[in-house]
Design a protein around this ligand. Sequence first.
Ligand SMILES: [Mg+2]
Length: 190
Amino acid sequence: MSSFAVFLDRDGTINEDPGYLGDPNLVKLLPGVAEGISELKSKYEFKIIVISNQAGVAKGLITLQQVESVNKKINELLSEQNAGIDVFYYCPYHPLYNNDQEAKCRKPSPYMINKAAAENKIDLSKSYMVGDKATDILCGFNAGVKSILINSQLTTDEINILKKEGKTPNFTTDNFLNAVNFIKQDFNKR
Ligand SMILES: [Mg+2]
């Protein structure tokens, strides 16, 4: 039996993004994230899957172990509020530092979503991608899922990039719980 997923960007969507986050002690969950994930899982049985670019590894700024320890810390913090990420996918490569074959996982490529869908029996027809950057939304478009932009800084940069590409997210908000509410309403409509 297949299930549905909410794919989440990590830095800037789940947790504060200080840039190339490598120290688990610096992990800070953003407001409403634990509560929202908990609701999506318990009431709607969504799989929650992280889809993250971690080019800091390719650039030598952080290690794979640091990426993993930050992921682990995120799940520790979420578990305190009855939430959690089911699976983490991340792309540690960058086209300037790695070959095309390696870097093909990098968002906006749909590679990680497609891989996650195959490995976790996810039905993409009722799945969603949530992120704070234009690349997240484009990744959602490329994978054929609905997309939600969390634009917490209230800047128009990401929105303008998407407008230029002619690819507007299905919903834009400044916080995670609004994104969850959109998903709930949209999911119930179908
Ligand atoms: Mg982000």
